[in-house]
Design a protein around this ligand. Structure first.
Ligand code: SAH
Length: 313
């Protein structure tokens, strides 16, 4: 299918009303490009790719959305224009009120991120190879062929990279692994290739489950890794020696009360996606739930922690 990208440059004041209008009109995805926010991200160091230049004009915001470029498109654009007039008529300053349209192919939209993702050695042994690149591995390297598609997990984000490095040490031959919030399946595939006997991967997002399944098959580890939908631990039965959870601080905290039920004797939780500001809270929640922090790794503003039962049992 072909898609039309429709943008509207407007004031900060009008952004909410305009993006609500885009959604009401049937946009498939709405993006707000706020140059002020882009500058904030650049300065925060939160982005891996800082080839986006500092934005000079921060006075306006662009609301962008994608509409199917079919017979109904003209009608939708007309409805959009009327809606924008109605917003202005309510006294909201929508200036500069500039309409931008571009038609783009589905392919371009789906593939535009690929230029940022290349073969990359993450740990001592793990190499992430996008499925569209060629790579000749060295003797002891563990190569993960990945196509993250719409799911999170190219392996290069600090939160994932820290997990992959830890997995090189934590995955002992024959262990069982639970991977909560598997995204592209990256951690599960790594665990299987590092020698885990059984890996159960899950995500609450159906798209992630589909992408993970494709990646698991493409890496030839479908015999070891099973994947399904689950809200945190809800669909998990039994115990694992290693639980991976690259989520966010809130979800790691939510996971902790159920951890004891899913951790085998001597097992560990590898928790990541924990932002600096919330790290102390996670440490305290772990202590409260009867665990202790065995390792705390940090990269940029992210933490990955290895958490085990207090006393090591
Ligand atoms: N494990 C991958 C992806 C991490 S991104 C990696 O390390 O790179 C976090 C993933 O957790 C996303 O795919 C998201 O869909 C999933 N997620 C978020 N909330 C969840 C929940 N409540 N239960 C299960 N998965 C969840």
């Amino acid at each position: 299918m072909e898609w039309a990208e429709v943008g509207f440059r407007t004031s900060h004041e009008a952004v909410e009303a305009v993006s609500a209008l885009f959604e009401e009109t049937g946009a498939a995805g709405t993006v707000i490009e706020d140059p002020a926010l882009i500058n904030e991200y650049i300065h925060s160091g939160l982005w891996d790719y800082t080839d986006i230049p500092e934005q000079k004009d921060t006075s306006t915001v662009t609301v962008k959305a994608y509409f199917a470029a079919d017979d109904a498109l003209d009608e939708k654009l007309a409805a959009l224009r009327m809606g924008l007039d109605a917003i202005a008529a309510r006294g909201v300053d929508t200036r500069p009120a500039e309409f931008l349209t571009a038609r783009l192919q589905d392919e371009d939209w789906a593939n535009s991120w690929k230029k940022y993702f290349h073969t990359d050695k993450i740990g001592k042994r793990i190499v992430i190879q996008p499925s569209w690149e060629e790579y000749e591995p060295q003797a002891d390297e563990v190569v993960l062929r990945l196509d993250p598609g719409a799911a999170f997990g190219t392996g290069t984000h600090p939160t994932t990279a820290m997990c992959l490095r830890a997995l090189e040490r934590l995955v002992k031959p024959g262990v069982t692994v639970f991977d909560v919030g598997t995204g592209s399946g990256v951690l599960s595939i790594a665990a299987a290739k590092l020698g885990a006997a059984k890996v159960q991967a899950a995500d609450y997002d159906a798209t992630a489950v589909r992408v993970a399944r494709e990646n698991i098959e493409a890496n030839g580890v479908a015999g070891v890794v099973s994947v399904g939908e689950s809200d945190l631990f809800s669909a998990f039965d039994g115990k694992a020696e290693l639980v991976t959870a690259n989520l966010i601080a809130d979800l790691v905290i939510r996971l902790l009360p159920d951890l004891d039920a899913h951790l085998a004797a001597g097992g560990v939780l590898l928790a990541s996606g924990i932002i600096d500001d919330r790290a102390q809270e996670v440490r305290e929640a772990a202590e409260t739930a009867g665990f202790s922090i065995a390792e705390d790794h940090a990269e940029k503003e992210w933490h990955a922690m290895v958490i085990r039962r207090r006393g090591g049992s």
